[in-house]
Ligand binder design. Structure first.
Ligand code: F0G
Length: 375
């Protein structure tokens, strides 16, 4: 059989908390395309690549972390898992829990989750509760639930999630031959920026897997050589209405059309600041208008369809290019985090907010040719 990508745990087992006897729960996640973006490259007079995480099995980067979190939960004897979610985590948790034979409960903010994501969690048989509150309230309840009841938390405060998600950085380096100059991505609960920074750091120095079972019993731990010669500068972007790290204080009523990152008190706040500071980078905000413009740019100019939150990194690049903060001749990687089919309504709106109305024509060649400007 031709080589098939085996999912992030098997591809990077020497750098993850697994052992030879681990039963791997996988849907073949990771191995996502790193796509050169010609229009963005031209704009910034450099090389811009997008890591299209919408190509994961449930349509977002969450699958990288979820394969690891569910695999570890099974290893530790879990029967049930819980998460709080703005949608993508719940879709991913529901799918992986189903494969593992675990029950899955998801807590989502009432009315603020995209239809595609809701349908995924339901299709995979999760028990879905719409909580009268925002994501931060949901996470608070999910944490307490896991502390007091027999259920495992699979949000990114679970270190296994970060371990799985760090493989995104490994794939970028493996594809480009080294780390890029800059890595940009959206920031919500701040797990992903934490994970990418961990991955880039681990790949840029010799690495010995600290997991006790990572090497066969009786043998010496293996030191792996560095793969990258450097780490990138990390730029993270929050939505302006949900930008606690930028403002320096929690936002009690976060508000943005980018519902995936509608978060007012990120769990990995300190780790995100560490990634920013250690890399000499920044965490800034982008407005909903800038997010929607970047969303449109990606679909109409690069051929990449993402959900709005996923375009925050691209919005950040365009914003800072206009501000004169983007040096020429650099290599940029931007993680676009989730698929456009999750939340397709935004593609059906014109820039002025009006609905896109497809033109109606009779089934007649001449009429169609006229409508297409061919006749
Ligand atoms: N992009 C998308 C599409 C997301 O779904 C999320 C987070 C982020 C970016 C931000 O990543 O939280 O690691 O900083 N979604 C979570 C969820 C909160 O519940 O699906 P982060």
């Amino acid at each position: 059989m031709a080589h098939q990508w085996r999912g992030v745990i098997r591809e990077y087992s020497d750098r993850l908390p697994v052992s030879k006897s681990t039963r791997v729960v996988t849907l073949g996640e990771g191995g996502t395309p790193l796509i050169e973006a010609p229009a963005l490259s031209q704009l910034v007079d450099g090389e811009v690549w997008v890591k299209f995480e919408g190509m994961n099995p449930t349509g977002s980067f969450k699958d990288r972390g979820m394969t690891m979190a569910i695999t570890a939960a099974v290893e530790q004897g879990a029967k049930a898992v819980v998460c709080a979610s703005t949608g993508n985590t719940s879709a991913s948790a529901a799918a992986y829990a189903t494969q593992a034979g675990l029950t899955c409960a998801v807590l989502v903010p009432d009315g603020k989750i995209a239809m595609g994501k809701l349908s995924q969690a339901i299709a995979h048989g999760a028990t879905l509760l719409q909580v009268d509150g925002n994501f931060d309230n949901c996470l608070d309840v999910a944490r307490k639930l896991s502390e007091n009841y027999p259920v495992f938390l699979v949000n990114s405060v679970n270190p296994n999630r970060i371990e799985g998600q760090k493989t995104g950085a490994f794939e970028v380096v493996d594809a480009l031959g080294d780390a890029p100059d800059y890595h940009l991505l959206p920031v919500g609960n701040a797990g992903n920026i934490t994970a990418y920074w961990k991955g880039y750091q681990e790949y840029s120095q010799p690495y010995t897997n600290p997991h006790p079972g990572a090497v066969p019993a009786g043998s010496e731990p293996v030191e792996l050589p560095a793969v990258a010669t450097r780490t990138p500068t990390m730029w993270g972007f929050q939505a302006a209405g949900a930008a606690p790290i930028v403002l320096g204080h929690p936002v009690t009523e976060p508000d943005t059309i980018a519902t995936a990152i509608r978060i007012g008190n990120p769990a990995s706040w300190e780790q995100a600041e560490a990634a920013r500071d250690e890399s000499g980078g920044m965490i800034d905000s982008v407005t909903d208008e800038e997010i929607l413009a970047a969303h449109r740019w990606l679909s109409a100019r690069e051929g990449v369809f993402v959900e709005p939150a996923s375009a925050a990194g691209v919005a950040g690049l365009i914003k800072h290019h206009a501000l004169g903060n983007v040096p020429a001749g650099k290599r940029w990687v931007i993680t676009v985090t989730g698929h456009g089919l999750k939340d397709p309504q935004w593609a059906l709106r014109n820039a002025d907010g009006s609905d896109v109305e497809p033109q109606r024509v009779p089934f007649d060649v001449v009429a169609v040719a006229e409508a297409l400007g061919l006749a």
